[in-house]
Design a protein. Sequence first.
Length: 245
Amino acid sequence: MCYLNLLRLSFETAIDPWEAPDFRAAVMDYLGWGYDGLPLPEAGNKKGRLPDKSPAGRPANPFPYPLAQFKMRRYYGRYQPMLLCLGPQSARVKSTIQAAGNASVTVNRRAYPLGVQEARLYRFRLQAGKGWHDYNIFKYQALNGDNYRRYRELKGEEERRAFLKDLLANHILTFAAGVGWQIDVPIEIANLHILREQQLPCRGIRYHCFDLSFRCNLFLPEYIGLGGAAAQGFGVVRVDRRGLS
């Protein structure tokens, strides 16, 4: 049985969406974390890298899963940054930011205060094979360069959906490995539908992104990121509440 501590913290400050990467980098530096969304390793400590193979035998993503992720939320016409922190350091991160007082970070020569509008700690029991769950995922960077070429070569919609199912299962395994969740059942993805495909910029490069709906036999906490640039707010998972009472 695996439990996951998760912090969802919204800052009071309003920023323009294009300043979000710089704000994120400044907050990571304030916390003493790396830009990849992982705590900076102590000398001689190499933890954080994933194994070559996942417990299910799938090849692991060569990059560690980011435990600090930034999202943007629209609040009364303003854009506000939201920090999602996963794992045992969530409570410490919450205390550090709440204790910041009048501290601020500088983005493009402008000071942004670290005041907190809302901070909530959650503790989730991660479960697999206990029924089906319905999700949407937004701005999902499923494809790297090689996968993009393979995806474009696929002719039919069924082939493309099957290809995306396999990539999504691998990205879920990357999340599980990153938070220490040993999944002992096959990951099943069903009813996957492509809601939208679009090119979106990230760090000066345009990426092919998807909005998807799907069912999965795993419980996934809301707002976690999957796929490429998850630390920058891409691949946000939301529960699909349509039809739920």
